[in-house]
Design a protein around this ligand. Structure first.
Ligand code: NDP
Ligand code: OXD
Length: 303
């Protein structure tokens, strides 16, 4: 079994000794492939032009938690995402930061600072403030745990509505009730056919007036024109976005200068090279042993 590594050279330098120690062949870059038939595993963010070049490919591993950027896999090829505690903790930290920033009205205070204005506003309590998390997977659950610990009243929404200890989770049919209670809405959904364009005008209308949006899922889940309308109408008070569509936004996009929005350039998480390598090794071992591939994606469902 050999793994083809198509990612950053500085990461390859961390991976190589770990693969050597594990006795798994790792090839860096397509140019170094002498026998395409030897490649059984491929790790990348940007996939190669033609996956069919590798006739014995078993698993393609995304270097991140998401897989929405991947093309359809050739017949028989499995798709996995990287499971790494660091990714989950980093996104949790970003979500908690963004939730607090919006809850404590930082967009307004940053505006006041730029104007040299010292003016206080009512100070809200976290305790009892109703937060709704869309996507109660690995990251959503971690964020829920921390936000609950800070006193926020957290509910979740997921496809299955699967129970999560200590959190009320709404399923697909409970969306309206979930939105109606979400004073701060957090999106941690994967991008799929079902979630593309989900946050539009009718969606925002279901939130309480003056709600705040924290978005770390994927840009294409958010209709930016609807976001602007909701902000202008006071239906939304503010938003913090780590993901946009496209990334980056065009230079002249209205959102760059909108004081109600804080944008970070898709930096909620970045996979730690060591953790990424350990995950890839676990995938190769699982393929060898015929056990379940960690991070296996259901390609029909899209996540
Ligand atoms: P998981 O697969 O563990 O969880 C996904 C959750 O979304 C599950 O609870 C799932 O429901 C729910 N879900 C999926 N589709 C729907 C739907 N149509 N309606 C309602 N709920 C749905 O993913 P992670 O928690 O690991 O990651 C989530 C996403 O976060 C990633 O896909 C990626 O887009 C984003 N991300 C962003 C990063 C950044 O830097 N900004 C970094 C890492 C991830 P169910 O439980 O029923 O299956
Ligand atoms: C990821 C991401 O999916 O960085 O890991 O968004």
């Amino acid at each position: 079994m050999a793994l083809l590594f198509l990612s950053m050279p500085e990461r390859a330098a961390v991976w190589q000794p770990l693969f050597e120690a594990a006795g798994v062949e790792m090839i860096v870059g397509e140019a170094a492939v002498t026998d395409p038939a030897a490649i059984t595993h491929l790790v990348c963010w940007v996939p190669p032009q033609d996956l069919r070049r590798y006739p014995n490919l078993q698993v393609v591993i995304s270097t991140g938690a998401g897989v929405d950027h991947m093309p359809p896999m050739p017949e028989g090829v499995q798709l996995a995402r990287t499971l790494a505690p660091g990714i989950e903790e980093m996104v949790r930290d970003w979500v908690v930061m963004a939730t607090l920033m919006l809850h404590r009205e930082m967009p307004i205070y940053l505006g006041q600072q730029r104007e040299g204005r010292w003016q206080n506003r009512p100070v809200p309590l976290a305790r009892g403030t109703r937060v709704g998390i869309m996507g109660m997977g690995r990251i959503g659950q971690l964020a829920a745990e921390t936000l609950r610990g800070m006193g926020f009243d957290v509910a979740g929404w997921s496809r299955s509505g699967r129970a999560v200890a200590g959190v009320e989770v709404f399923g697909a049919t409970g969306m309206e009730d979930f939105l109606a209670r979400s004073e701060i809405l957090i999106c941690l959904l994967p991008l799929t056919a079902e979630t593309r364009g989900l946050m539009d005008a009718s969606f925002f209308a279901k939130l309480p007036q003056g709600a705040k949006l924290v978005h770390a899922g994927r840009g294409a889940q958010l209709d930016m024109a609807a976001l602007k309308e909701a902000l202008d109408a006071g239906q939304l008070a503010s938003a913090m976005l780590d993901v946009t569509d496209p990334e980056p936004l065009p230079e002249d996009h209205w959102a760059w200068d909108d004081p109600r929005i804080v944008i970070t350039p898709h930096v909620a998480a970045s996979t730690d090279a060591r953790e990424g390598a350990q995950h890839a090794l676990a995938v190769v071992r699982a393929s060898r042993e015929g056990t379940e591939i960690p991070g296996l994606v259901d390609q029909t469902r899209g996540y």
